[in-house]
Design a protein. Sequence first.
Length: 377
Amino acid sequence: MNKQAWMRSIAVSATMTMAVVAAADVPDLFSAFEMGGRALGMGGGIYSNSSDVSSTYWNPAGLGAIRSSFAEINFRNKPNANSSLSGRFDDPERSSTMAFGGSSVTFAGFVLPLAGGTLGFSYATGGYTRDFGTGNNLTNPDNPGQTITKNELLRAQTDFFTIAFGKNNGRVNFGGGLIFAQQSISNRVLSVDQNNTVLEDVDVSGRGWGIGGIIGVQFTPQDAGNVQFGLSFRSEIKLNGLDEVDSYASAIPARIQGGVAWRVDNLRGGRDYLIGGVDGMYFLPANSGKILKREGQVSGGIGFEYNWGQSFGYVPVRIGFRITDKGGDNFGTRDVLTFGLGYRPTKEDFTIDLGFAAASGQSRPDVALSMSFALGK
């Protein structure tokens, strides 16, 4: 089997596998929030090997491959979780479903090539959760005759502001960056018994900040010019200023990330090409002894992008699959089938990408829209 036929076989087999994978009920986007139109449509399979403005967040080594000034902005809905509580009121079991949630800017940034490399600036929402839990007829282990109604709204968001620099050195790109991170947390809890006696009444909120760093590398093997490997590490970020909510969290977990991407050219008479990628990340444990304790957690994806060439430019068509493993007692697995498409005109002065993520237990898919455009000539 020749190389092109082999790559087509991989794409077809992976797509069939994705369609039958079972998905979990409880979502986790607290650490591994899915961003972007292009990368989201590919299941995040090219996060480590991207060479665009989003490289400032995923792997700054990708900045080294950029030769012109570009800006990018992403809009995305933020999924909400609705949880049904059962069992004990002080430690209830949760059965969660997903709702669409409101939309906002989740990434914005620009890159500026310099004499020795490329400088990038970005804002990114890298973690998000909003869980509204309700439960009736909950039990009190200290009073077996008591029935309790509980309502709880937990919200948390992590934002990253990054300045990074990437440089090309032949077959190797390397880069690094400085991160200013901000995490906001709020929790509202009200529990009453059958006589409307208040057992819990909590209303706390806080916003913490911290500074961290990220380094990365991308390299192409000598004998495989259409294959690229990427690897990055983001440090743990200690948080200051959480005050009222310091019992919930104290740090943003460190992240180790790596992946491989490949390209197959000369499809459909040489006009089209295919890009594929596999990417994985591991979040180290953090916040031991805190309410939002994070266990070691894995998130990974695979995706494909077929670039259909026309006289007016290219129309990329994408498909992928992503899974995020359980991240702790309050954060479960999340499986999504992703797809999307875009438009890149011949002159490449701008691009538009639309991505969708169909998560299990969610009535409608998440939607992300990305737009990038050249700065100057």
